[in-house]
Design a protein around this ligand. Sequence first.
Ligand code: CAA
Length: 296
Amino acid sequence: MKNIAVIGAGTMGNGIAHVFAMHGHKVKLVDISDDRLAKAIKTIDKNLWRMVAKEKIKEEVKQQTIGNIETHTKMEEAVSDADLVIEAASEKLDIKLKIFKALDEHAPEGCILASNTSSISITKIAAATNRPDKVIGMHFMNPVPVMKLVEVIKGYGTSDETTTAILELSTALGKSPVKVNDYPGFVANRILMPMINEAIYTLFEGVAGVEEIDTVMKLGMAHPMGPLQLADFIGLDVCLSILHVLHDGFGNPKYAPCPLLVNMVTANKLGRKSMEGFYKYEADSKEMRVAPAFVS
Ligand code: CAA
């Protein structure tokens, strides 16, 4: 699978493009505007410099990686010779269905269509195409160049051949793939989101403050980030939409999102991307984390 197309140049899309290009694949990165594409290339360049500075890669690898990425605003053209397309667009079902319908029309017949969705049903996405056997979930974790896991989600109609190809490809990218079946939240978010939601309830009920909750989980459980800091990092809107998928999919009240999370998303306090969530952020501070937005 030499030719890869990545749809969406946001945080996940640019990380996915970075990893494939660094492993010698030709990547066509697609987004709706040149501005977004330019921003993505700048981020990839910055993250590659970080790897050069840490002596993880040589400078020539950085140049080759950048040279392996082309940017496109026309999806139809970009996917016309693709062996694999990875969709990393907005986490909205209607957008994904539209994209997969178009991918099915314009990508070559043998091309595998993968989605980086964090919770939308692969079986549902596959139903928008005439090739459900070649539709699969390839769920990378943020930051993509750093995190080892790829959660590979086998939809109801995904063939064993497609699944094996994606597991092998993920390993060749230096990742550790784990195969899971297509049920709400898959494995990663079925377990992660109730933990984050419980941390928000703990804050909401006044049991402890933001930093106290995160410190307990960081120092007590050796998590690299506390759950509230992680929620800010993922995006509170994304957390809320995944909790809705779990709640709707299982019909169990234990997945109901905490009212504080709902309020924060409604007030556009989305975490790091809006500069305020459970913490306040400044663009130029190293960790970007300045102070808790809540005091207990
Ligand atoms: N690109 C390349 N390298 C990067 C990077 C990036 N975007 N971001 C960080 N790094 C590298 C750094 O260079 C550094 O490398 P060394 O270990 O060689 O020094 C390493 O990662 C650690 O970075 P920092 O020292 O700057 O910062 P840190 O120690 O605080 O680690 C972190 C940052 C890796 C993000 C760490 O805090 C962490 O692991 N956090 C949890 C991340 C997590 O849980 N991700 C999953 C989110 S859920 C998801 O993605 C899926 C979903 O569906 C919601």
